[in-house]
Design a protein. Structure first.
Lengths: 193, 175
């Protein structure tokens, strides 16, 4: 509300601004004492409430500064964490790459080892198969020789049992023995003719 | 039976045969009987079975040899079998033959042949063996079909084997 508006309001109410309201003081005195009282009141307020207000303001300033500092620290921490996270993400990626490379290397090594082992096993199997074939061949050959010998022996026994040595042959054998013993006079006894 | 007892029996049989004047014939017959005894399980078990009475065993001997051998041979074998010494009969007879040969300064030559030898063959074989050994031999021929053919001659510890059986066995082992 400005002064002009105030005078207009007083004029509208029919109040004389030059006339004092107080019954004891004139308008001028009332203005002086009123002004002085106001100054005193303001001084008292400044004297006693000022420090408190100043202190409160300082505290508020400190709180704001503290909040700003905390915010800055939080921001720094957040930035550091973000940096750490980014670094960790980078490390994870590197670790992932390393693990993949290790896995690839191990897989390759396993494949190489498996191939080598398979080649050795195949070679051993081939050698064993060759040996088995040779052994089986030899065994079959031995069995055939044995069977032939058995059949030959059986045939010989049957032939002899059938009495194929006739009397003439018997006599030839006897004469041959006598002649052989007679011709080998110097032969040492004990030898089998 | 101990060697002394076998020797005693052999000496007794030898003296009896010599006293009878049939030593050569008895010796030959006993030798052949001993080989037959060795080759026949049935005869061996019959003459050595203690469950068979001695008289029965002697009857078996007389049935076998009666008419085929001299009475002296039959009686000597019957005596040995009757006294329960049947299982020692080959050893007794071999000792007797050795004693008889020794008495004649001869070496026993046991000859096994698949078929019987003629007298001529026996003479020539005896001469051949005498030449080969440097000793006069007392030839004892045994017909043994198991040798199949040829001859096996044993003089002392020496063996001259010309049998078909041995050659067949050698052929078998070579096969």
């Amino acid at each position: 509300m400005n002064v002009k508006f105030a005078f207009n309001l007083v004029a509208a109410e029919g109040i004389d601004p030059a006339r004092s309201i107080s019954a004891y003081l004139s308008a001028q005195a009332e203005l002086i004492w009123g002004t002085a009282a106001s100054i005193i009141i303001f001084a008292v307020i400044f004297k006693f409430a000022g420090p408190m207000v100043k202190k409160a303001m300082a505290a508020r300033t400190a709180a704001v500064e503290q909040e700003l500092n905390d915010s800055a620290a939080a921001k720094t921490t957040a930035l550091a964490e973000a940096n750490d996270i980014r670094q960790a993400a980078g490390d994870i990626d590197a670790e992932r790459q390393r693990l993949i490379a290790d896995a690839d290397a191990q897989a390759e090594a396993l494949l190489d080892e498996g191939r080598a082992r398979l080649e050795v096993e195949v070679a051993e199997l081939n050698a064993r198969a060759d040996a088995d074939i040779i052994s089986a061949s030899g065994r079959v050959s031995d069995e055939m020789r044995g069977e032939i010998a058995r059949l030959a022996n059986a045939a010989t026994e049957r032939t002899l049992a059938a009495g194929v040595i006739d009397d003439a042959t018997q006599q030839q054998l006897i004469e041959a023995f006598i002649q052989n013993v007679g011709q080998n006079v110097s032969q040492k006894m004990g030898a089998t003719s | 039976m101990s060697d002394a007892r076998i020797e005693g029996y052999a000496r007794a049989l030898f003296e009896i045969a010599r006293a009878e004047g049939t030593l050569d014939e008895v010796e030959d017959e006993l030798f052949r009987f001993a080989r037959s005894y060795e080759s026949s399980d049935e005869l061996r078990s019959a003459l050595t079975d203690d469950m068979i009475p001695a008289a029965k065993r002697q009857a078996i001997v007389e049935d076998l040899l009666g008419g085929k051998a001299t009475g002296t041979t039959t009686q000597l074998v019957s005596m040995v079998v009757g006294s329960g010494r049947g299982k020692d009969l080959p050893a007794i007879i071999d000792t007797l033959v050795a004693r008889a040969s020794s008495a004649k300064n001869l070496e026993v030559a046991e000859v096994r042949s698949a078929v019987a030898l003629t007298s001529d063959q026996q003479d020539r074989l005896k001469a051949a063996l005498a030449n080969a050994t440097g000793k006069q031999v007392n030839l004892k021929v045994v017909v043994d079909p198991s040798i199949l053919g040829g001859i096996v001659a044993t003089v002392g510890d020496s063996v001259i084997d010309g049998s078909v059986r041995t050659r067949v066995d050698q052929l078998k082992s070579r096969i």
